[in-house]
Design a binder for this molecule. Structure first.
Ligand SMILES: [Zn+2]
Length: 694
């Protein structure tokens, strides 16, 4: 993830709609949201609920996740090449299979269309395992050769600059960021980087499964150096050196909880400040190597970090630095090299995500094309999967949920008027992009049908240049940070913008003919409401309507907000997804606030929408009330089974709670839930004490 402040959900149009599709929440007035025409009598399947996923023997008031998803979790088998199985991975799989067909056809019959030619050639080269096998380690040899030139701190700095210009990021990274305090400016941002394990705690803590994972990682490092040609003893020494440097870096780094505070990761030191406080590093040469020699506006996550890194470059033996830098190159590229490397890289996927089998080559190549030529590959996807009135109805749903937030801001008892004004202004200025971009990226670089490594390098270089060229230019509010087939969504605090890719607006999450209650519960609450609430979670609330980091809260309202947030943090800290591993309430608080707020606000939006309909909405579907459908729609979007390894890794490093708690942790706080399922007060899903932020 390039941008520090991006907050992800979890995890369109006919091309003829040429009009600008970035809208803001400010109400245009008049027209009630259309969503869909009032449905005819429908069955449960038609409503968007999957009957087979329910477990009617479970008590919804005791364990709603078991009730909504028990039929699924009891029988589902996680495919050996995936870390989870459920609603989200199913939609991902469908997109992958669609893209596979498109790419196979494009590779076989490129024709005269430049888009088809490009994606076809990229895919064909990626699938050419014989050529990749033959190339061996040649694609990264120039990088490894450079690493060998490290003989002191100065040459180490040169090599770091070179690797960064190749998108390999030992020690730290550089990217364009919107200045936190002046969101009209794009400046350079330096951030910590360079660890192979998911978070610094993996190097420093001795709790639960962490020491075991560390051991697996160290053995993997040794084998990677052996693949490079070192004998067992030499590989052991090199791996130990690389691990030693990583541990030293980990000690200097900020942990994920600290990094949730935007003030902790924003320090506008500028080039002058870096040149003064971290004088030993050749910043001028470094920026020149990144092709941005004139850049002076720079923010860093933590000034102390760079002082520490430069000290390390001066004090550590050159041979040790070389081993660490070599390791970074190997780790970064192994999965794109020949089979022995791919298999070895997979060892860590097994350990951290619980995969039993390497995903088939075609899937890995689909991901490559999505990642490197995403907006070309997306074009056929949106034509096939997001046509008709999908965009219009998803936009109406968005408007309805934003409208509910406006109502909530008017009524919130814990917010005083001094804060209410700027909060409403922030909501009115919140923009949303739905489905896919109006203008596709062009990807202006040469693509070979037979040289996969050259393609990856060209694509990486092109994207890096495109990103760094943003520095010093006006902010582009239409540059999507996810590709349209992505099954996800995001809110960007600096842009005050939420983005809903077409991939997320698919069945079983969303269907233009589903019962509106299901669409409101799932996409309205789980996606749109969730992302919108990120604008007001523990992080997002620190940015104002224009995306500037500015304290717009009165003292007393802020204190109330903190108390409400703490309630959510304490609630989720009690959950234990794997025996012995508790959720981190602070790490997950933004996502949990977003889940809770999203489902509550979309329910308000649904009730209002329902009241406005001239033709009454179908109230019962096979014995379920529409209110029940609402909560079931939300819950079933999280029907999911994960490998224990993946659950553990996520508990340690993912700001999102696991599926079960995204359901049960949310419904216990919903004012409408107990009534919908006639839960007795005090039952597990209708506790006496609950939490509410938004
Ligand atoms: Zn989120």
């Amino acid at each position: 993830m390039v941008r520090a402040m991006r907050t992800l959900l979890f995890v369109l149009v006919g091309l003829s709609w040429a009009a600008c599709t970035r809208e803001t929440a400010k109400p245009a007035g008049g027209e009630p949201a259309k969503i869909v025409s009032v449905p005819p009598p429908m069955t449960l399947v038609q409503s968007g609920i999957v009957p087979a996923w329910l477990d009617k023997a479970a008590d919804p008031c005791k364990d709603f996740f078991a009730y909504a998803c028990g039929g699924f979790t009891k029988t589902a088998v996680i495919p050996p090449d995936r870390s989870s199985w459920g609603a989200v991975p199913m939609v991902v799989k469908e997109a992958e299979e669609f893209q596979k067909q498109v790419l196979e056809q494009a590779a076989a019959k490129p024709g005269n269309d430049p888009v088809t030619q490009k994606i076809g050639a990229y895919y064909a080269a990626c699938m050419d395992e014989a050529a990749i096998e033959k190339a061996g380690i040649a694609p990264i040899q120039p990088l490894l050769d450079q690493v060998k030139t490290v003989k002191d701190a100065k040459s180490a700095a040169q090599v770091i600059a070179f690797l960064h210009s190749e998108s390999v990021y030992p020690f730290f990274n550089i990217s364009p960021v919107q200045d936190f305090v002046d969101a009209t400016q794009v400046i350079a941002g330096l951030d910590q980087s360079g660890l192979g394990l998911p978070e610094r705690k993996y190097y420093l803590q001795n709790t639960d499964t962490i020491p075991k994972t560390r051991k697996v990682y160290q053995a993997h490092q040794v084998r990677m150096f052996q693949l490079l040609g070192l004998d067992e003893k030499a590989a052991g020494v090199a791996a130990a050196n690389a691990y030693k440097v990583e541990t030293a870096i980990a000690k200097l780094q900020q942990d994920d909880v600290t990094r949730r505070d935007p003030h902790a990761i924003y320090h506008r030191v500028d080039r002058a400040g870096l040149e003064k406080d971290v004088a030993a590093f050749p910043w001028g040469d470094y920026l020149a190597e990144q092709t941005i020699p004139a850049v002076t506006a720079i923010t860093v996550n933590d000034p102390k970090y760079y002082v520490g890194i430069v000290k390390m470059l001066a004090s550590e033996k050159p041979a040790v630095l070389q081993d660490y830098l070599t390791w970074t190159v190997l780790r970064d590229s192994a999965s794109d090299l020949s089979k022995a490397w791919v298999d070895e890289a997979f060892a860590m996927d097994k350990e951290l995500n619980g995969l039993k089998e390497l995903p088939p080559r075609w899937r890995r190549c689909v991901h490559h094309v999505d990642s490197e030529l995403g907006e070309l590959l997306a074009q056929s996807y949106v034509k096939a999967k997001f046509a008709g009135n999908a965009k219009v109805s998803a936009t109406d749903l968005t408007k309805a949920v934003l409208g509910a937030m406006r109502g909530e801001l008017d009524a919130l008892p814990w917010m005083d008027d001094a804060t209410r004004g700027p909060a409403k202004q922030k909501l009115d200025k919140m923009a949303y992009l739905v489905g896919y971009p109006d203008k596709w990226k062009k990807y202006e670089f040469t693509i070979s049908k037979s040289d996969f490594a050259a393609n990856v390098r060209a694509a990486t270089k092109w994207e890096l240049a495109r990103q760094l060229a943003k520095i010093g230019k006006p902010v582009d509010r239409f540059d999507w940070q996810m590709t349209p087939p992505t099954v996800n969504a995001y809110y960007d605090s600096s842009l005050n913008e939420l983005v809903l890719p077409a991939g997320q607006l698919q069945p079983p999450f969303y269907g233009p003919t589903f019962h509106p209650a299901v669409n409101f519960g799932d996409t309205g609450g789980g996606t749109i409401g969730h992302e919108m609430t990120h604008g007001f979670d523990d992080q997002g609330s620190q940015f104002d309507a224009d995306g500037n980091l500015r304290d717009w809260w009165s003292k007393s309202t802020k204190a109330n907000f903190k108390t409400a947030t703490k309630c959510i943090q304490d609630q989720y800290s009690k959950y234990e997804p794997v025996p012995g591993v508790h959720l981190d309430g602070k790490l997950t608080s933004g996502e949990n606030i977003a889940d809770n707020g999203g489902v509550k606000l979309a329910y308000e939006a649904y009730k209002k929408w329902r009241a406005e309909q001239k033709t009454p909405v179908q109230k019962m579907v096979e014995g379920f009330t529409d209110d029940q459908l609402y909560y079931l729609g939300y819950a079933q979007s999280w029907c999911m089974k994960m490998t224990p390894e993946s659950l553990t890794t996520r508990a340690h490093s993912d700001p999102h709670s696991p599926a079960e708690f995204r359901v049960n942790g949310v419904v216990v706080n919903q004012p409408g839930f107990a009534a919908a399922f006639s839960c007795k007060a005090g039952s597990p899903m209708a506790p006496a004490k609950n939490c509410s932020v938004w």
